[in-house]
Ligand binder design. Structure first.
Ligand code: UD1
Length: 372
């Protein structure tokens, strides 16, 4: 009987991590993969478009859990995935292992359900720590790593963290960054100018901003000043702003829509866009002058692309992007953001380099270890 590995995805940042893993695993003849989508993200723009862009097969199982509070969402994934895994056991086709990626609620809940059913768990992107438990993802990372018995790590800080937490060395593997596997495989296929034209724009130079974390968007006193600085800088260089649904709702609630505008004639403004698919977004970021973000993944992608990244967070679980890469921590401080943007636009910003093992082959290394 072939071995069976369950592969869990739930929210947007999971898809680009799982796609190369599935491809690497599918090369092994004596292995079957079962792709499970929890349904944490369900909008076409946050989910379906990624399956197309990443040429990923449709999920074998869709749990349809949807949105809710953290407790509700975690509980729904836990319940639904436990039922699915138990059914597989009852039908004598049990999983040999569950593979989870990243740090979203679906990651933690799926790992927990598997551990209780004594299904071994492998965690890809293990060991990252912001040491900030006000971040829901930090709690997810801690819980998932305690449960997992194979930990695949993207940067040396992750190995140190796991060592300090007492994880046995034989369970930890520094393998590089699967998300950068996806970036490297699709970068040659994207066309920035074509994407811009399709969005009705034609710029030589521009910045890209994404912001969706509760700590930045849930209070008008934080979101307002950040958007004001970006609107102001948008007078010097256009800033493209694909907006996450949570952020869109807050902008409306706080009456900040007036800051978003596209002055087509002058080619200026803080320009609102819908959330974009993987290829369009990579096309835009790959030729951006600067990226401004609170996303974890985009800090890494900017570092791999060598593009300045002003990170709207007080800390990061991915310190290599600051120490070796192109990222600088800005917090939610609008004045600091303004001054760093000036530095970038005047060519006074640091250069970075791409970390070791972010070479496009992390998924192959993981597959070899999983099947070794
Ligand atoms: C989740 C992850 C976060 C990741 C982000 C990427 C957790 C704790 N957070 O945050 O780490 O950076 O995804 O996008 O898992 N919504 C929609 N359509 C959808 C899904 C959500 O409109 O398809 C709206 C709903 O109003 C929902 C809100 O977005 O309540 C938040 O969604 P949720 O999945 O709870 O977290 P994200 O903020 O997306």
């Amino acid at each position: 009987m072939p071995r069976v590995i369950g592969c869990v995805v739930g929210a947007r940042p999971n898809f680009m991590k799982m796609a190369p893993l599935l491809r690497a695993l599918e090369r092994y003849k004596d292995l079957r993969t079962v792709l499970i989508h929890t349904g944490q993200h369900y909008d076409a723009q946050l989910s379906d478009v990624f399956f197309q862009d990443l040429e990923m097969r449709r999920p074998d199982v869709h749990l349809g859990v949807g949105s809710g509070t953290h407790g509700q969402q975690t509980a729904r994934v836990l319940e639904a995935i436990e039922a699915e895994l138990s059914r597989a056991i009852a039908e004598h086709r049990p999983l040999d292992r569950l593979l989870v990626v990243g740090d979203v609620n679906s990651t933690m809940a799926a790992a927990l359900a598997a551990a209780k059913l004594q299904i071994p768990v492998a965690h890809v992107e293990a060991g990252l720590r912001s040491f900030d438990r006000t971040m829901p993802e930090e709690v997810n990372r801690l819980v998932t790593d305690v449960i997992a018995d194979q930990l695949f790590v993207s940067e040396p800080s992750g190995m140190e963290n796991l060592r300090r937490e007492g994880k046995p060395p034989e369970q930890m593997f520094l393998v590089g960054n699967v998300m950068i596997d996806t970036l490297r495989s699709l970068l040659p296929k994207v066309q920035p100018r074509e994407t811009l034209r399709r969005l009705g724009m034609d710029f030589e130079e521009y910045g890209v901003v994404t912001v969706h974390r509760p700590s930045n968007v849930d209070r008008a006193e934080t979101l307002g000043p950040l958007l004001k600085v970006l609107a102001e800088v948008g007078n010097a260089i256009p800033i493209l702003f694909p907006i996450h649904p949570r952020t869109q709702a807050r902008i409306r609630e706080f009456g900040l829509e007036g800051l978003l505008r596209y002055e087509g004639e002058r080619k200026r403004g803080l320009i609102p866009l819908p959330p974009l698919g993987y290829r369009d977004f990579l096309a835009l970021t790959s030729s951006a002058k600067v990226v401004i973000t609170d996303s974890g993944g985009l800090q890494e992608e900017s570092t791999a692309l060598g593009i300045p990244c002003l990170t709207l967070r007080p800390n990061t679980e991915r310190p290599i992007t600051v120490e070796e890469g192109t990222s600088t921590l800005v917090g939610s401080d609008a004045d600091r953001l303004r001054s760093l943007l000036e530095d970038v636009l005047r060519g006074r910003y640091k250069e970075g380099r791409c970390p070791e093992l972010w070479d496009g082959h992390a998924a192959e290394r993981i597959a070899a270890i999983l099947l070794g």
